[in-house]
Ligand binder design. Structure first.
Ligand code: ADP
Length: 502
C-alpha cells in the first residue's frame, strides 16, 4: 500500500498559511498538506501520527516555533520539523537545530519558492532513515528469532558490540556484559584461542569454526562461528564482524545418537551371546536329560533298579543345573532392565556392604580384606555392591593360601579406576579376556563351584555405568581386577537420569 506522505502546516496567520499550503500542494502533488492554526489542534493531531514532516512558522499567536518543535519531539519523536519563519534570525535557527530542527527556510518571496524543495529533502531523508531503522530492526528481530549471535570486535579480540542472542549463548542476561571483554577468553581451549586471535591479527575471514565456549555459569556450550574483517578503503581493516550459531543442541543430539548406536551394537553382541548360550550351554544339560530319559524308556521295566535310580538322579541334577543357568541368564539381563537411577554414594560404604554380605566366606577362609581411601560418585549403588561382591567373592574362592584382598582407587579428572587385588591362584594370560564371557569358566564345578556368570555380570554393570573392566594376573601369585567409572555418569542403557554430583 502506497500512502501519500502527509505534511502538517502550522501557522496562526491564515493568509500566510494558505499561501504556503498552496505552494506546497502545487509543487509537491504527491504530498497531502494539512493545516493547523493553534497549539491545541496541533497537540491533538500529532499523536495520531503518520506525518512525514511538520512545517511551522516561528512566530505564532499562542507561542513560538520552539514550542512546536518541543511538542513534536514529545508526541511524534521521529517526525522532522521545518521552520518557515518570517522573522529569520540566526539565533532562532541555531537554537532550533540544536533541538532537532531538520531545516530552516526564511519566509519572503524566495522562501515560498524554496519551501517545497526543502520539505521534499526533509521527507526523503526521513523516509531513508526510517527504512534503514526498520531494516535494522528487522535484522535484529531475525537474529533474535534465529538465536543468531552477532558481535563486533577489534583486531586484538576485544568486543565492542554484541547482541542479546550472543550474550545468552554465553550465559549472560545482557549484551552489555560482553562489551570490553575479549572474544578469546570465552573459547574453551588454547588452540582455538590462538586460531581466532591469529585470524584477527592478520585481518582474515574465519568460516564454519566449531568451537567450545565457556559459559558464565562455568558450563560449556558449542557454537559455529564466522568472523570477517570490515575494510575501509583508506584505513584498511577497521573492525571485525561476526556471527555465532548455538549448536550445543545438535552436538548433544549427535553424541546421544552415537551413544545409542554403541549401546545398540552392545545389545546386538549380547543377543548373539544369549543365542549362543541358549543353543549351546543350556542345551547341554537338556541333551543329557533326554539321553537318560531315552535310556529309561528303552530299558523300561527291564532296567536294573540301581540303573534307573542313577538315571533319574542324573536327570534331576541336570534339571537343577539348567535352572541355575536360567536364573543366571535372568540375573545377567536384569542388570540393564532393572537398573536403578544413579545416586551419589560413598564407595567405602558400598565396599563395606559387599564385605558384610560375604561375612561367612571371609570368616571361613580367614581372609584379610582391606580398602584404601575410596571416592564418592554417582552410581547405581546396589549394582556396585554386587560388582564388589562378585570380585571379592572370586578372590576368596580362587585362593592359594589365606586370602588377602586389597581394594583401592586411582582418581583422574574424568574417571576413577578401581582395583580389587588378590593373592590367589592367578589366571594365565590367554584366558584374561574370555573369563568375562557368559558361562566361561577355567575349572570344573568339582574343583571350584560356580557357573561362570559372575564376571559377565560385572562387565555388564561396569558398561552400564559407561566404564571398562579388565584383569591383570600372574599364575600362582594373584590377580587384580580393574574397572573404571566415569565421573560424569550417564547410564548407557536403561534410560535413567544420573543425579549430578553434589
Ligand atoms: P565363576 O566364579 O562362577 O566361575 P566368574 O565369571 O566369576 O564365574 O569367573 C570366571 C572364571 O574366571 C572363573 O571360573 C575363574 O577361572 C576365573 N577367575 C575369576 N576370578 C578369579 C580370581 N580372582 N582368581 C583366579 N581366577 C579367577
Amino acid at each position: 500500500m502506497n500512502v501519500r506522505p502527509r505534511v502538517l502546516l502550522v501557522d496562526s496567520n491564515s493568509d500566510d498559511r494558505a499561501l504556503a499550503a498552496l505552494v506546497l500542494r502545487r509543487e509537491l502533488p504527491d504530498v497531502e498538506v494539512e493545516e493547523v492554526a493553534d497549539g491545541m489542534v496541533l497537540a491533538d493531531r500529532l499523536p495520531a501520527g503518520g506525518f512525514a514532516a511538520v512545517v511551522t512558522e516561528y512566530r505564532l499567536d499562542w507561542g513560538d516555533g520552539l514550542q512546536v518543535l518541543e511538542t513534536v519531539r514529545s508526541l511524534a519523536p521521529d517526525c522532522p520539523v521545518v521552520f518557515f519563519a518570517s522573522e529569520g534570525s540566526e539565533s532562532v535557527a541555531a537554537h532550533g537545530l540544536r533541538n532537532g530542527l531538520s531545516a530552516y527556510v526564511v519566509k519572503g518571496s524566495a522562501g515560498y519558492v524554496e519551501l517545497p524543495a526543502a520539505v521534499r529533502r526533509v521527507i526523503e531523508r526521513h523516509t531513508e532513515q526510517r527504512a534503514s531503522r526498520e531494516g535494522l530492526a528487522l535484522f535484529q528481530r531475525l537474529t533474535e528469532e534465529l538465536a543468531l549471535g552477532t558481535f563486533v570486535a577489534v583486531a586484538d579480540g576485544r568486543l565492542t558490540a554484541a547482541n542479546l542472542a550472543f550474550a545468552r549463548v554465553l550465559g549472560f542476561e545482557s549484551e552489555d556484559a560482553l562489551v570490553g571483554r575479549n572474544l578469546a577468553e570465552f573459547l574453551s581451549d588454547a588452540a582455538l584461542q590462538a586460531q581466532v586471535l591469529a585470524s584477527l591479527s592478520r585481518g582474515r575471514t574465519l568460516r564454519d569454526l566449531e568451537a567450545g565456549v565457556r559459559r558464565n555459569d562455568g558450563g560449556l556450550a558449542w557454537v559455529r562461528m564466522a568472523l570477517w574483517p570490515v575494510v575501509d578503503p583508506v584505513q584498511g581493516v577497521v573492525r571485525f564482524e561476526g556471527a555465532v550459531e548455538d549448536i550445543t543442541g545438535h552436538r548433544k543430539a549427535e553424541r546421544e545418537l552415537s551413544e545409542r548406536a554403541a549401546a545398540l551394537g552392545r545389545s546386538n553382541v549380547d543377543l548373539q551371546q544369549f543365542a549362543y548360550v541358549i543353543s549351546h550351554d543350556l542345551q547341554e544339560p537338556l541333551q543329557l536329560i533326554s539321553r537318560y530319559a531315552r535310556l529309561l524308556a528303552s530299558n523300561g521295566a527291564g532296567a536294573a533298579g540301581g540303573d534307573s535310580k542313577r538315571y533319574v538322579t542324573n536327570m534331576v541334577q541336570c534339571a537343577d543345573r539348567m535352572q541355575v543357568m536360567i536364573n543366571d541368564v535372568l540375573a545377567y539381563s536384569r542388570v540393564d532392565t532393572q537398573g536403578r537411577p544413579f545416586k551419589t554414594v560413598d564407595f567405602a560404604e558400598l565396599v563395606q556392604q559387599a564385605i558384610g554380605n560375604l561375612k561367612a566366606a571371609i570368616d571361613e577362609t580367614g581372609a584379610q580384606v582391606s580398602w584404601d581411601l575410596l571416592p564418592v560418585l554417582a552410581v547405581d549403588g546396589a549394582q556396585m555392591v554386587q560388582l564388589f561382591q562378585n570380585l571379592i567373592g572370586n578372590a576368596l574362592k580362587f585362593r592359594r593360601e589365606r586370602p588377602a584382598v586389597r581394594i583401592y582407587a586411582v582418581e583422574d579428572s574424568d574417571r576413577v579406576t578401581f582395583a580389587v587385588a588378590d593373592n590367589g591362584i592367578g589366571i594365565s594370560a590367554e584366558h584374561l579376556e574370555r573369563i568375562f564371557g557368559m558361562f566361561q569358566r577355567l575349572h570344573t564345578a568339582a574343583e571350584y563351584p560356580g557357573t561362570g556368570i559372575g564376571l559377565a555380570i560385572c562387565k555388564r554393570i561396569v558398561e552400564r555405568h559407561g566404564g571398562r573392566i579388565w584383569a591383570v594376573s600372574e599364575v600362582g601369585r594373584g590377580s587384580t581386577f580393574c574397572f573404571t567409572i566415569p565421573r560424569v555418569l550417564k547410564p548407557v542403557s536403561g534410560g535413567v537420569a544420573p543425579e549430578t554430583k553434589g
